[in-house]
Design a protein around this ligand. Structure first.
Ligand SMILES: *[C@@H]1O[C@H](CO)[C@@H](O)[C@H](O)[C@H]1NC(C)=O
Ligand SMILES: *[C@@H]1O[C@H](CO)[C@@H](O)[C@H](O)[C@H]1NC(C)=O
Ligand SMILES: *[C@@H]1O[C@H](CO)[C@@H](O)[C@H](O)[C@H]1NC(C)=O
Ligand SMILES: *[C@@H]1O[C@H](CO)[C@@H](O)[C@H](O)[C@H]1NC(C)=O
Ligand SMILES: *[C@@H]1O[C@H](CO)[C@@H](O)[C@H](O)[C@H]1NC(C)=O
Ligand SMILES: *[C@@H]1O[C@H](CO)[C@@H](O)[C@H](O)[C@H]1NC(C)=O
Ligand SMILES: *[C@@H]1O[C@H](CO)[C@@H](O)[C@H](O)[C@H]1NC(C)=O
Length: 914
């Protein structure tokens, strides 16, 4: 088996070896030390793809060779004609040849190349780069037998050349850098050139006769500190020119389209139809002169000399009309003339990047009606300068990066709901770049007003948190907000956003890119929950994978881990309060607490209160518990008595749970009410089976109804007592015959009123009214019925459409009405719950009632109210009240009697009205 594999490999090697031209498949490297070289002085070290490594006389040499190129650097002390240099194993054709740092040999290059086994006719491009200073001069001899079309020569010191050094070549491209060309050699350059580039030269002159010879020259590049004249008009074929010289004289031909001049460039003679013009380091008046002379400029790139400035006079001339793109760089924009760009009405692109802006006039671009792109990148721009650009409402792309602009949104201090950011007028904007501008948040009006914005780059800024509004981005088009490299540590994403995302079911069209590590605590709860529920983008906005500090992906965190510790205060002493997305958990265990802790209103969203293992002797009443509480653990305390009111009001709300095991409950007659209440709600008492009497009996097994009778054994004293009782009953029966007493008894039997209502506020004379009627406008008639009925019986009522003083603030009137009335009667209907003013009245009354010892709020459920649980589900304050208080039902047959009782007639005359 192994033999077959080896044989197969051998076949492959042999086949490849035959086709030896290709270096890639050869079994032997294409390059190696020449056979006649001293093996101690030239060592082949191996090759990787196109790189061949040698060590020659102790120095590393890296030669690159691919199918179309061969590049070899020279080593110090190893001349090009040395037989130590690597050579090909067979004659090899390579079209592009580069020698780097090689001094020119005395004889033809052809000899050197043939010795390396390179095929001469194949070479069409020769690059002689970095010729060292001590090289021989370049002569015609060097190119003997070479048929080149492209030649580049760069030298480290001015390289001497013979006048006719290129005589036998038919070049199309010639690039010379630091070559000492005489005007004599210029006259002998190949006529066939299409590109001529002469840089770092001392050229003094571009002789007309020399230039005229070039009939195919397309592009000319010249760099010389001594060139003063460029008669380019004589080269009719010239389309592109780049000259860096102190020119004083210049002519151009009609074919010239691209022109770039540095140092100095007088406005040209000849016919100028340049379309793309670059002027670097020339004075502003020269720019103006070009615009006067050339009528077809589309793109103008202007760069000031160091410390130069621009913009002090309006751009003028025929070239301004055609201007589409204007790039200004390296200038100081100081005292800019407001009409600087006024004539450039066709401008599409204005690039003022890399400048030192001192102030831009507000009118700068008002006449540029079609402006589409603008940039102030890295130009020292301030907000006022940005404002100058925002008059161009047609802008589609704006780059303000690398300017210290700070927060761009209207500040809260502005108090104006219509305040907008600087950019809100740019409604056509597609692309906005604000990298490193000190931005701290995304502005609401970008989301609202910039409907087409699809590419918002905010990298390298100071945004620390994603706001809830940031999740409301919505675009018809897909868009990206890049927030990478911002110190973002969290999101504002609460249950509200969670619900909205569940309901909307929209797919995200906006992607926010983040790369910072987030603080994964209770703040991330709802977003994480959304992620888990939806398994995809949980909002209109997709955030990509989020990473928590420490590197864990948010998706891999369990919801239980996403919590925050609430400090003390507000957390009560000796307790541990933990906030999570669903609410706050308060645990106070084994701290010897004698009564339930006072829970501050800051902790209103408490859902669990764990007071197990303490010494609490009394159950907390409804008033002491937060309204949202769902779990209350009182197990292992010192509770002996069960407060039936507390149990019923707490467990009256569906879904609540209670723990009570481990308390020394008294199973006696006096505790019957409480134990009955527990039994009635035993489904909600989670450890019902574990509740014990002091004697160890399970309360679940006790026959509660017998607690009061079981100890009764008929004895003589008891018999006497019974007789007395019978007598008493008889007298009561007589007493009951009086109708007034009957009515009183009926109230006692109903037992529906909270304790407070049975006691009159006898000395409470400071009320202007006996009741204030709160109702929605739909229940006006009923309110009138209530008012006339109660007033007919001597009570004073406050009804807002009748008793409110005109012109006073509604909110103030509500407060004053509630406070000056002994009771507030709320006529509760669906309309009531939907209207803001009645609800405000309710809240005020509720707050007032809580501060008072006697009940002040009389809730009347009208037939117009839909089923109570649904109606209350969205009104937690109301739900809390209904859960712990009694209410009247309009359709109750005893409604009027109950109402009259609920609104007592004052014992003392009320104070006179104003
Ligand atoms: C030559 O290259 C080898 C690795 O290829 C390296 O270890 C060595 O230092 C190099 N020698 C010189 C003189 O740069
Ligand atoms: C050049 O190639 C031939 C084979 O074509 C080979 O015999 C000779 O050794 C090579 N010369 C050098 C200097 O490598
Ligand atoms: C240049 O070409 C001429 C004739 O075209 C020829 O006589 C001369 O030898 C060539 N010179 C070199 C250095 O190849
Ligand atoms: C030189 O190369 C060109 C094409 O690159 C070819 O047309 C011409 O015939 C060649 N001249 C010589 C003398 O080989
Ligand atoms: C360039 O060549 C001319 C004449 O050959 C010579 O006078 C001049 O010094 C040279 N310039 C440099 C910088 O070598
Ligand atoms: C941005 O944050 C850095 C580091 O916190 C701070 O030095 C810099 O002043 C902030 N910049 C702005 C504009 O708020
Ligand atoms: C509190 O209760 C524990 C047992 O639950 C008991 O050991 C302790 O003595 C009690 N402390 C007080 C002050 O009653």
């Amino acid at each position: 088996m192994a033999g077959v594999v080896e044989w197969g490999l051998l076949v492959i090697f042999t086949l490849c070896g035959v086709n030896g031209d290709s270096p890639l498949y050869s079994n032997e490297p294409a390059l190696r030390c020449p056979p006649d070289a001293d093996p101690k002085r030239c060592i082949f070290k191996g090759h990787q793809t196109d790189e061949y490594l040698f060590n020659i006389d102790g120095n590393n040499l890296s030669v690159t060779y691919g199918v179309a190129y061969f590049q070899m650097p020279c080593l110090k002390g190893v001349p090009l004609d040395s037989n130590l240099l690597p050579s090909f194993g067979r004659v090899t054709a390579v079209p592009r040849l580069t020698l780097r740092g090689c001094a020119l040999p005395e004889g033809p290059l052809a000899e050197v190349l043939t010795a390396r086994n390179l095929s001469l006719p194949a070479i069409s491009t020769l690059n002689l780069y970095n010729i060292p200073p001590d090289s021989n001069a370049l002569t015609q001899d060097h190119f003997h037998l070479l048929n080149l079309t492209i030649l580049s020569v760069t030298s480290e010191a001015p390289l001497s050349v013979s006048a006719d050094f290129l005589r036998n070549l038919t070049l199309s491209d010639l690039r010379l850098v630091n070559v000492n060309l005489t005007s004599d050699s210029l006259h002998q350059l190949p006529q066939t050139l299409r590109l001529l580039s002469i840089k770092r030269s001392d050229l003094e002159d571009l002789p007309v006769i020399a230039l005229k010879r070039f009939i195919t020259l397309n592009r000319l590049e010249v760099e010389s500190k001594r060139l003063h004249s460029a008669p380019l008009q004589v080269v009719a074929s010239l389309r592109s020119v780049e000259i860096r010289a102190p020119l004083v004289e210049l002519t151009v031909g009609a074919e010239l389209k691209n022109a770039s001049f540095s140092l100095a460039a007088p406005a040209p003679g000849g016919s100028c139809f340049v379309e793309r013009l670059m002027l670097f380091g020339v004075e502003e008046h020269i720019l103006q002169a070009w615009l006067q002379r050339c009528s077809n400029i589309h793109t103008l790139v202007y760069r000031c000399a160091a410390g130069g400035s621009v913009g002090r006079e309006p751009l003028q001339g025929s070239g301004v009309k055609t201007l589409r793109e204007f790039h200004v760089r390296n200038c100081r924009l100081r005292d800019v003339e407001p009409r600087w760009l006024a004539a450039a009405t066709g401008l599409l692109v204005l690039d003022l990047s890399s400048n030192k802006i001192e102030a831009l006039p507000a009118e700068l671009v008002v006449t540029c009606e079609g402006l589409q792109e603008a940039s102030l990148r890295n130009s020292g721009a301030k907000k006022a300068d940005v404002r100058a650009l925002t008059t161009a409402t047609t802008l589609r792309s704006l780059d303000l990066s690398y300017n210290q602009l700070g927060d761009l949104c209207p500040t809260a201090a502005e108090h104006n709901p219509n305040a907008v950011s600087l950019l809100s007028r740019l409604v056509e904007l597609r692309k906005l770049e604000l990298l490193n501008t000190g931005v701290t948040r995304l502005c609401a009006d970008w989301r609202r007003d910039l409907a087409w914005l699809s590419d918002l780059n905010l990298r390298y800024n100071n945004i620390t948190e994603l706001q809830r509004e940031d999740f409301k981005w919505r675009r018809e088009i897909t868009s990206t907000i890049d927030l990478r490299n911002n110190p973002i540590h969290g999101l504002v994403y609460a249950s509200r956003e969670y619900r909205a995302s569940r309901e909307s079911g929209e797919t995200a069209s906006v992607t926010i890119e983040l790369d910072s590590e987030l603080q994964c605590d209770c703040g991330m709860y709802w977003y994480a929950r959304s992620l888990q529920d939806r398994g995809g983008a949980p909002a209109r906005v997709s955030l990509g994978p989020l990473v928590c500090t420490g590197g864990t992906a948010l998706e891999d965190m369990s919801l239980e881990e996403l919590v925050c510790t609430v400090p003390s205060p507000p957390c009560p002493k000796d307790c541990i309060c933990t906030a999570h997305g669903g609410g706050i958990t308060v645990r106070c265990n084994q701290v010897g607490m004698k009564r339930p802790p006072d829970l501050p209103s800051d902790l209103s969203s408490i859902t669990l209160l764990d007071l197990a293992h303490n010494n609490i002797t009394e159950m907390p009443t409804a008033v002491m518990l937060p309204t949202g509480i769902m779990m209350l653990n009182l197990s292992y305390n010192d509770l002996e008595r069960v407060n039936s009111e507390a149990v019923s009001s707490y467990l009256g709300k569906p879904g609540r749970q209670l723990w009570l095991a481990g308390n020394p409950f008294l199973c006696t007659c006096e505790n019957v009410d409480g134990l009955s209440a527990l039994r009635a709600n035993s489904a909600s008492v989670s450890d019902w089976e574990a509740l014990r009497c002091t004697d160890g009996k399970a309360i679940a097994g006790v026959e509660i109804t017998t607690l009061c009778t079981s100890s009764l054994t008929f004895s003589a004293p008891l018999a006497t007592l019974c007789v007395a009782a019978v007598l008493a009953l008889v007298s009561v029966a007589v007493f009951l015959a009086s109708p007034r007493v009957r009515k009183h008894i009926k109230w006692l039997l109903w037992r529906r009123w909270p304790d407070g209502w049975d006691e009159e506020e006898k000395d409470d004379t400071n009320y202007e009214y006996d009741a204030f009627v709160s109702f929605s406008h739909c229940e006006r008639e009923r309110a009138q019925v209530v008012a006339s009925r109660l007033e007919g019986m001597g009570r004073r009522l406050c009804v807002h459409h009748r008793d409110w003083r005109p012109g006073e603030l509604i909110t103030a009137q509500i407060v004053s009405s509630v406070h000056s009335s002994r009771r507030t009667i709320v006529l509760l209907s669906d309309q009531y719950l939907a209207s803001p003013w009645p609800r405000a009245e309710f809240r005020t009354a509720c707050a007032h009632a809580q501060r008072s010892t006697s009940a002040r709020l009389v809730l009347v459920l009208l037939p117009e109210l839909s089923a109570l649980p649904e109606a209350l589900s969205s009104h937690p304050d109301l739900a809390a009240f209904v859960a712990s208080n009694t209410y009247l039902e309009w359709e109750d047959p005893f409604f009027w009697e109950k109402l009259e009782r609920a609104v007592p007639v004052p014992k003392v005359e009320p104070i006179t009205r104003y």
